[in-house]
Structure formats: C-alpha cells, structure tokens
Design a protein around this ligand. Structure first.
Ligand code: NAP
Length: 277
C-alpha cells in the first residue's frame, strides 16, 4: 500500500498531499473504484452534493477495511443551499446520504457572488464545526477578494480553497495569497481533464528523465508547488500511477518549465461571473 504524506491545515488537521476526485464515480462501479483507491492508499475522498454520489462514497467507506478515522471525506454545499439555515439543512442531508457521523471537510462549492449569501453560509459552517459535525471547513472557487471578505466578516480563515489548477492555469498569485493567510490550496482537474496537457513535450521529456509517466510529472508538480491535487480515475492501475509520486522530486528549473505552460482557465469558469446552483 502506498503512503501519501500529509500537511497540517490551519486548524491542526493532518491533510493528505494528494486525494481522489470522484466526479462521475457512480453506482457499483463507482463504489468499487473508491474501495480500490482506499486499498491503494488514498485517504482523502472528494465528493459534492452536486456529484450525486455521496451515497456511493459512504458505502465505499463502510465496505473498505480501512478505519473510518484514517479517512477524510470532503463534500461541498451547492449554490442552491446558500444561506445560514439552508447550509445547516444541506449538511444534515449530506450526513444522512453519506451515512456518516461527521464530515471531515466541507466546502462552499461556488461563491455565486450575485446571490451574495456565501458569508451567511460560512457562518453556518463555523457553527457546524463547533457542533463537531464538520471537522474542517473551507471554500472552493473563491478569489482573493472573496476570501478576504469572509475572513474580515467572521474572523475565521478557511482551511482550504479548492480551485481550478493545473500547468495551463497555475494560479501563482492566488497560491501566494493562500500561503500568506495559511490556507491550503487544493487543485481541481489537476490533469487538465481531457486536454492535450499530457502530450506536452516538456512533460514527455521530464517523464523520460525521471523514469515516470507524464501524468506523474504533473501530479508531482502540484505537490512541489504546495497544492493537494485530487485526480479522478475509475481505474485501479491509473489510481496507483497517480498516487505514486512521492519517490522522486523535480528541480526548481523543472518546476518553472512546467509552470511556463500557463495559458489560462480551460473551461471559462471565472468565479466572479460563473455561478452554479
Ligand atoms: N470544486 C469544483 O468546482 C470542482 C470542479 C471540477 C472538479 N472537481 C473535483 O476535482 C476532481 C478531479 O477533476 P476532474 O475529474 O475534472 O479531472 P482530472 O482529475 O484532471 O482528470 C480526470 C480524467 O483523467 C483521466 N485519468 C486519470 N488518471 C489518468 C492517468 N493516469 N492516465 C490517463 N488518464 C487519466 C480520467 O479517466 P479514468 O477515470 O478513465 O482514469 C478522467 O477522464 C473531480 O473528480 C472533482 O472531485 C471540483
């Protein structure tokens, strides 16, 4: 079994440096994929109300021989559940669908600034953490201004901000802000899902040099820049390949060469304008 190292979040929780994305993992095939990932050594499972697979994730947690206390189950509050009471209700429902006694990490899935309720949602999450129903609380797709606002209005710094991040969109300025404020960066679509990223020559060359695959070079780059990637794979062999990135290191020049692939967001999901319910 692989051992995935952890970092300490600003609330003291040990958080894996790599986790499993679960978007699209549904039904028996999805449950089997998550059980296989736990067997391989994954401990962080990233789901969301909107992935409609919390039931499957909870079932995999129960079927796995891995101790529940060793795993971190992360879910997300959707846009339609923004607001104080709505967020409490959303979490109660997630706990019921997951069939779990607590959620290790809850995130606000999208800020939806035109609705202007993410601060109320955040207040509910702070209270749910007090009640020990949530262990860690964070956000997703928040900009520096949005992070500053919830910190200023509540005094509570998110443990995590999960954002689009891959070599085509390295988010250097936001990562620097996170580092200043003690927020852990998490990378969604870390492999730049279905783009031509893995065919980039620089990745092919570095894979050759280090005796690994281009995918492993990309995931190691996330680790080196201080972000937790959550690659999704249904396949146990690809899951193992993705998690096996702690036995080699990239040099500063190699990291810079990968970061130089920057060209911007791939799917136009700018949190100032893109909203999801
Ligand atoms: N917070 C947000 O707004 C947000 C948005 C998007 C995603 N997410 C989270 O981030 C997770 C990851 O993002 P993602 O699923 O969009 O994209 P991703 O992890 O970058 O890429 C997943 C795709 O890559 C393939 N793949 C995985 N490992 C591979 C390997 N070793 N070699 C070749 N292909 C490989 C997968 O296919 P197979 O399954 O067939 O291996 C799948 O098609 C999601 O599952 C979700 O949990 C969050």
């Amino acid at each position: 079994m692989l051992s995935i190292p952890t970092v300490t979040l600003n609330d003291g929780v040990a958080f894996p440096q790599l986790g499993l994305g679960t978007y699209g993992l549904r039904g028996e095939e999805g449950i089997a994929a998550v059980v296989a990932a736990l067997e391989t050594g994954y401990r962080l499972l990233d789901t969301a109300v909107n992935y409609e697979n919390e039931r499957e994730i909870g079932e995999a947690v129960r079927r796995s021989p891995v101790d529940r206390a060793e795993m971190l189950v992360a879910t997300k509050i959707p846009g339609r559940h923004h607001g104080y009471d709505e967020a409490i209700q959303s979490t109660t429902e997630s706990l019921a669908v997951l069939g779990l006694d607590w959620i290790d990490l809850s995130l606000i899935h999208w800020p939806n600034p035109s609705v202007d309720k993410y601060v109320d949602t955040w207040r509910a999450m702070i209270d749910l953490r007090e009640r020990k129903l949530l262990r860690s609380i964070g956000v997703s797709n928040f900009t520096e201004d949005m992070l500053t606002r919830i910190i200023d209005e509540t005094g509570v710094v998110p443990a995590v901000n999960q954002v689009e991040l891959h070599p085509y969109f390295p988010q250097s300025a936001l990562r620097a802000f996170h580092a200043e404020r003690g927020i852990r960066t998490e990378s969604w679509s870390p492999l730049a899902r279905r783009s031509e990223l893995l065919q980039e020559q620089v990745l092919q060359e570095l894979a050759e040099i280090h005796g690994v695959t281009p995918t492993q070079v990309v995931l190691r780059w996330h680790v080196e820049v201080g972000s937790t990637p959550i690659p999704k794979s249904v396949d146990p062999d690809r899951q193992r390949e993705n998690a096996d990135v702690f036995g080699f290191a990239l040099t500063a020049d190699e990291i810079a060469a990968i970061t130089a692939l920057e060209r911007g967001r791939l799917w136009g999901a700018d949190p100032d304008t893109h909203e999801e319910m």
